[in-house]
Every structure is written in C-alpha cells, then in structure tokens.
Design a protein around this ligand. Structure first.
Ligand code: FE2
Ligand code: FE2
Length: 291
C-alpha cells in the first residue's frame, strides 16, 4: 500500500501557484444580469455578507505579503509562494469590489466586532500565530460560502461564491504547508504555545455568528446555531488527519454542540491534506458542492 503523502515541497506549491496565476487572468465575473432581490432588506444583507468577505480577503492579502517579506531572509521560494498566495487574495478582493458595485453596494467601514477582531489579529507578531489564525479564518470562510451556496439562487451571487469557495479550498492545505515550514524552525515550547492559541481561536471564532447573523441572515438563510455548529465541525476536522501538529479541538465544546468523534473522521470541506490541495489546484477541475 502506498503511504499517504503528508507533505509537498515548496517547489510544487510554487509551480502550482504560477500555473494558477496564468489562468486567473482569463477568468471574469459575469455581472451582466442584475440580481432580482426579493426585498431591499435581502439586498442590504447581501451587501453586509460580501463586505465581511472583502475584509477577510484584505486581511489575507496584507498578512501574506508581510510574511513573505519576513520569510525572504531564510527561504526565497517560500517567500515567493506567500507572495503569489497573497496575490490570489488580492484578486478576490478586486472581484468583491466589482461584485459589490454590481449589486448596488460598496465597501463600507467595518462594524465594531469586526474592527476589534482585526485589530487584535494585526497585533499578532509570531509567524505561526498569524498563519494559524489565517488558516482557521480560511476554514470558516469556506464553510460560510458553501452553506450559502446551498441556499442562494441568484446566478451572479452563486458565481462569486463558487470562485471564493473553490480557491479557499486550495488555500487551506497551502497554509498548512506554511505552518509546517515555520514550525520546523520553532522549539517544542513554541509548538505547545500554539496549541493554546488554537484552543483560544477555536472558541473565539465560534462566537462570530452572534455578530454576523443579524446582519447577513436575510441573505444567506443560515441560523446562528447552524453556523456555530458548522464552524466547530469544520475547524475540528481541519487537523483531524494531521496528528503530527498536535492541534486537537476542545472536546467538551464539541460535545455541547452535539458533534461526535465519529463525525470528525469525515473529510473536511476544506481539508488540510496534500491530496486535497492536488484536487483543488486546477481550478477548472474543482467541483464545488454546497453544504
Ligand atoms: Fe480569498
Ligand atoms: Fe484564501
């Protein structure tokens, strides 16, 4: 039996990202058919939803480029991978500006909760903390997009959601690669510290639906409890098959949300594995399913 591949060399990621960059240039958003909203409040909720997506892309872009500058001193190829990854988030950011405009919205200042969250995140200095936070953010983003895809019918909205979901599923295993490369240079005490941060982030991210639901629910039709449970399940599955990282989820919290250990064995929507990255690498070949 062939051994499962748990890692890929930076060279593979670099080659794949370069190939993706060429294809990115030939992909466009079709905004020619106006979205027929059921009500002005549904439209407002959609603008809120995509504003949150915009902020996530903006943060991903900035963090990736800052990390690239830091990493360049010890690994030029990894720095280039981070740069190209940040560029993909930058492309998403541009698409979202165009999309928001097409649905009669615009980029607005952040709300209180979002602002506080990003302000705390921006203070993180250690590379492994930044990468782990980003990775968990990619996961909850992909989860929300995929749940929304199952409930939203407007064609242009579905195209936007499909592009984001598809690319975030490639970004998750890519971030796991960054995390491993950074942890190689860290001590056991640093790895332990990261586990504590994983716990803390896990719990904090589960509270986000409390802030996002009143603003976006009329558009995506996802309830608070449903989204919390989906976040917990996907965040717990994220590292379920990467035992070397030692990032195990808070069991009590999972039990409280009714998530069994067996449920964690199922594949995550945005899996951390290299096999998942290989499947997600070629954009045309990715089939995006709603949750
Ligand atoms: Fe993105
Ligand atoms: Fe991403």
């Amino acid at each position: 039996m062939a051994l499962a591949k748990t890692t890929r060399h930076t060279e593979w990621w670099l080659k794949t990202l370069k190939r993706r960059r060429e294809r990115m240039q030939g992909e466009y958003l079709d905004t020619s058919t106006p979205v027929a909203w059921h009500s002005p409040s549904e439209q407002r909720a959609a603008v809120n939803f995509f504003n949150a997506a915009f902020r996530a892309e903006e943060s991903g872009l900035r963090q990736a480029h800052e990390l690239a500058d830091e990493v360049r001193a010890w690994d030029g190829d990894l720095a280039e991978v981070l740069k190209l990854y940040g560029d993909e988030e930058g492309w998403h950011r541009e698409l979202l500006v165009e999309f928001l405009d097409s649905i009669g919205g615009s980029v607005r200042p952040m709300g209180r909760v979002t602002r506080t969250f990003y302000a705390i995140y921006a203070r993180a200095k250690r590379m492994e903390t930044i990468v782990l936070t980003n990775l968990m953010f990619e996961t909850i983003g992909a989860t929300t997009y995929r749940l929304a895809l199952g409930r939203v019918e407007h064609g242009a909205v579905r195209q936007m959601l499909t592009i984001l979901t598809r690319d975030e599923s490639f970004h998750v295993p890519l971030n796991v690669h960054f995390l491993r490369k950074i942890l190689e240079r860290r001590s056991t005490a640093d790895a332990k510290r990261l586990r504590r941060i994983y716990y803390l982030l896990f719990v904090s991210l589960l509270a986000l639906p409390l802030a996002s639901r009143p603003k976006a629910r009329e558009f995506d039709h996802i309830s608070t409890r449903e989204l919390m449970r989906a976040y917990a399940e996907q965040l717990a599955r994220l590292f379920a098959h990467e035992p070397d990282l030692g990032l195990t989820p808070p069991k009590l919290l999972l039990r409280m949300l009714g998530i069994s250990e067996a449920a964690l064995e199922e594949p995550a929507i945005a899996s951390a594995s290299v096999e998942a990255a290989e499947r997600a690498a070629e954009r045309e070949a990715v089939e995006v399913h709603a949750l």
